[in-house]
Design a protein around this ligand. Structure first.
Ligand SMILES: NC(=O)C1=CN([C@@H]2O[C@H](COP(=O)(O)OP(=O)(O)OC[C@H]3O[C@@H](n4cnc5c(N)ncnc54)[C@H](O)[C@@H]3O)[C@@H](O)[C@H]2O)[C@H](O)CC1
Ligand SMILES: [K+]
Length: 499
């Protein structure tokens, strides 16, 4: 059955894992051609439901099993009375195995198949059956040319399994990729459909499990799990007589000269996310603004590590780094934090100092790098981080033995054992100032209320992304301080739907 996006499976596979799953299904008695046939029926059902009255189908077919799916769809469409044209890219005679069987079945059904050539007109709905999970490296000619022509055509496109040119493991477009209106993913969801640049190419995502053996699918190792409402960690329920002393004490260490706002945002989000007490250790010149804006926060000016340690003696969680700078003052405070073995969130300049080897990370901390900070921590380029976000998130967690949140489209959360969770919620408008400060405060507040590092990071990232989405979709703009208020709304809704 096709899954609609709200109940897509949680498991996300690499290309190699989905190929292994394919092989297991075939070894367990489901012929590959049967899977291809089911794929074609699922794709044709979806295509006809989406474009019932077009009546014209152009299939752009490559030379692998992705093309095989396309040939079988062409035969189904022809049988249903549509006008069909298959344009074969590369020599169709070179197809092998199931793909060759599919081609022969289409030819036997009198499907018109001709070699793609420059200038041939694309008509009706276009089925992208060029490249699937077998893509290796940057898209070669003439595929790149065909994809460019398709993207320029303005015609509606359904991508088979994954938009051609999109890497199934990283979601990066390898040179060029098809911009689809609808993508139908088969049997196992690919990680590359949810991270990197996927959102620019995917269109609407639908999924069909091809009635694959559920036990075999469940037994297949996968790379990443999606965060979804049903699987989200929950904050411990509050007793009716709870008092703020039981809800933890977050100390935000932030805000060098000119960066007062970062600490205020982290403190505000910690408050709105329900921490019992919130302190802010910052430059003394920021105190009037802090007290005016957040009277609930206990703000203190600190000039030395000893003053910070004295201030933080009762804090159960430290949030270190927003707007802290990397000069002597900031560095001394981060070094002091490193000596405190309480739950900590290290963000922004704390991460930059860590990357320079100027400070040590306390055990059990949560790291919240954006791609640039991740690059510095790993000693690679930002482009390399973005080219393999899952690999970068996993490498960070394992190098620092810490839960790592790699922020950006398709935020990833990695634990020390290499397990990964992906948050596909969020909105491009969230790429703005201060939102990282807010996230750091949310994680701090959830730690303070009793969640461990991993569930705190998972719930915080999801709440933060959904709040950004809500603000953006309501056209309310994306002021970081408004985000704090919406996160509080979402938490109240979550606890309400649980009560
Ligand atoms: N279990 C499933 O998910 C099922 C998947 N099916 C479909 O099979 C494809 C995967 O098929 P495969 O033959 O492994 O690879 P592709 O069809 O994606 O392409 C291989 C084809 O492309 C050429 N190629 C590779 N890299 C490049 C490049 N950079 N530039 C140009 N050409 C390239 C390569 O030479 C081969 O010729 C999967 O996506 C599904 O659509 C099954 O049909 C159903 C079960
Ligand atoms: K494709």
């Amino acid at each position: 059955m096709p899954h609609s996006p709200d109940n897509l499976p949680l498991a996300l596979y690499s290309a190699a894992q989905v190929r292994e799953l394919d092989a297991r299904l075939i070894a367990a008695g489901t012929p590959g051609f049967e899977l291809m046939s089911r794929a074609a029926h699922a794709i044709w059902r979806t295509l006809r439901r989406r474009w019932p009255d077009v009546g014209v189908l152009t299939v752009l077919a490559g030379r692998g099993n992705n093309a095989g799916d396309g040939y079988l769809v062409a035969a189904l469409a022809l049988r249903a009375g549509w006008r069909v044209q298959v344009l074969a890219v590369g020599d169709a005679a070179q197809l092998q195995g199931d793909a060759a069987l599919a081609r022969d079945q289409a030819l036997a059904a009198s499907v018109p198949v001709q070699p793609w050539r420059e200038g041939v007109e694309l008509q009706g709905v276009v089925l992208d059956a060029l490249l699937g999970t077998g893509l290796q490296g940057a898209v070669r000619e003439p595929y790149a040319l065909v994809i460019g022509v398709l993207n320029a055509s303005g015609l509606p496109v359904l991508a088979v399994d994954i938009p051609s040119g999109l890497c199934a493991d990283t979601g990066q477009a390898l040179g060029v990729a098809v911009r689809a209106e609808l993508t139908v993913s088969l049997i196992g969801l690919k990680l590359g459909l949810f991270t990197g640049q996927a959102a620019e190419y995917l269109g609407e995502l639908q999924f069909d499990d091809l009635q694959a053996d559920a036990a075999l699918v469940a037994a297949q190792t996968f790379t990443v799990q999606r965060l979804a409402p049903a699987s989200l960690p929950q904050l411990p329920a509050r007793s009716r007589n709870v008092h703020k002393g039981q809800l933890g004490h977050v100390l935000v260490v932030a805000g060098d000269r000119g960066y007062a706002g970062a600490g205020l945002l982290a403190a505000q989000s910690a408050l709105r996310t329900g921490a019992g007490l919130v302190s802010l250790a910052t430059r003394s010149e920021h105190l009037p603004a802090a007290q005016a804006r957040l009277p609930e926060v206990m703000a203190a000016g600190v000039a030395s590590a000893n003053q910070l340690l004295a201030l933080g003696v009762n804090a159960s969680v430290w949030v270190v780094g927003p707007g802290l700078g990397q000069a002597a003052w900031g560095r001394s405070l981060v070094s002091a934090a490193a000596t405190c073995h309480v739950a900590q969130v290290w963000d922004a300049d704390a991460l930059n100092l860590l990357a320079q080897g100027l400070v040590e990370l306390p055990p059990g901390a949560v790291l919240t790098p954006h791609p640039g900070e991740a690059a510095r921590l790993l000693g690679i380029s930002s482009a390399a981080v973005q080219a393999d976000r899952p690999g970068a998130a996993r490498a960070l967690a394992q190098r620092y033995r810490a839960v790592c949140v790699l922020k950006g489209a398709g935020s990833l959360i990695a634990d020390c054992d290499g397990a990964l969770w992906l948050c596909e919620r969020g909105h491009p408008a969230m790429a703005g100032a201060g939102l990282g400060d807010v996230l750091a405060g949310v994680i701090g507040a959830l730690l303070a209320q009793g969640l461990a590092a991993l569930p705190a990071a998972q719930l915080a990232v999801y709440l933060h992304a959904c709040a950004g989405e809500r603000l953006a979709l309501q056209g309310r703009g994306l002021a970081a301080s408004d985000l704090c208020e919406v996160i509080r709304e979402l938490l109240q809704e979550q606890s309400a739907c649980l009560s």
